[in-house]
Design a protein around this ligand. Sequence first.
Ligand code: P1T
Length: 379
Amino acid sequence: MTEGFETLAIHAGQEADPHTGAVVPPIYAVSTYKQDGVGGLRSGYEYSRSANPTRTALEEAMAAVEGGTRGLAFASGLAAEDAVLRTVCRPGDHVIIPNDAYGGTYRLFAKVHERWGLHYDPVALDNMNAVGAAITPKTKIIWVETPTNPLLGISDIAALADLAHDCGALLVVDNTFASPYLQQPLALGADIVVHSTTKYVGGHSDVVGGALVAKDPELGERLAYHQNAMGAVAGPFDAWLTLRGLKTLAVRMERHCDNAERVADLLLAHPKVISVLYPGLPEHPGHEIAAKQMRRFGGMVSFRVAGGEADAVEICNRAKLFTLGESLGGVESLIEHPGRMTHASAAGSPLEVPGDLVRLSVGIESIDDLLADLTQALS
Ligand code: P1T
């Protein structure tokens, strides 16, 4: 019998502790492990950069909820992304990236890996002809965010997987905005899923982390080799907090989606708002594909305002219950101005975001309080 998502999130990799019966994997705050003679491991563990039992529990749980064969936990989402690029690509290779993506992801390509000879092209991934035209004999990865950060664009994971595989490339999907509860890219044909577990998986804005899940065991092994060789692993306390968050992901996501739908409706009816970017809206250009590949439409809502950048900034400053801050995916609602905050590093690039854009991470507070705060911030 295949277990359901909620069961896997709570139990996969999380057997009761064999020594004490503790129902939660303990925080193994330890760097090294006693060995039974040279080369004879007692427990399978030798050094906590290579593996640590608390991290292993998180890694097994992430692999289970994404339906992959290997999960790996990193110190941050960007550390996880870096490990993918260093494992799969070498100088001279080419990567197709989204023309809308987290600013830090773009910076990793444009300011770090390009210096080491990795070429990239930003492409509108909802345009299959454009993606096909951008492929070169050196293309090793099509890198996808769906929904994208911060414009909530949607691309067709299954179609992009076919395209990538036809040209011998891998499809890598950053599943941070959807979370594994709402979308499972490996089942749709992706090869690697990337997460900033800082966001919905952790869920409480109290830990920074990243994860990779690979479909193929051999690729998982290569990623694990680089995780150990590069060393940007999640520490045991961070792994424990992230695993604690994962257990409640399903119930949190349902409420995030309920609240985001109500927020999108309010914004849609507001005279100061010129467009609402939410894939749950039937008029969203990616709505049909989102409905096909996502369980629901998520907790992120962006909108553009009639008064331009000055008004967008003013709305961010006036919000009270929506806390002004970067990041997303926690239980508390956040508001931000992507152009000046999370995506400032994309200014002047093909990924620059409009100045009149406001991004909301809709939390799980009482919906009436959230709507009242937005109404006063927009007034
Ligand atoms: O911050 P870190 O854990 O390193 O994750 C980077 C990252 C990767 N992918 C996506 C889609 C992301 O949104 C992020 C981080 N994003 C924010 C901090 C933000 O406010 O958008």
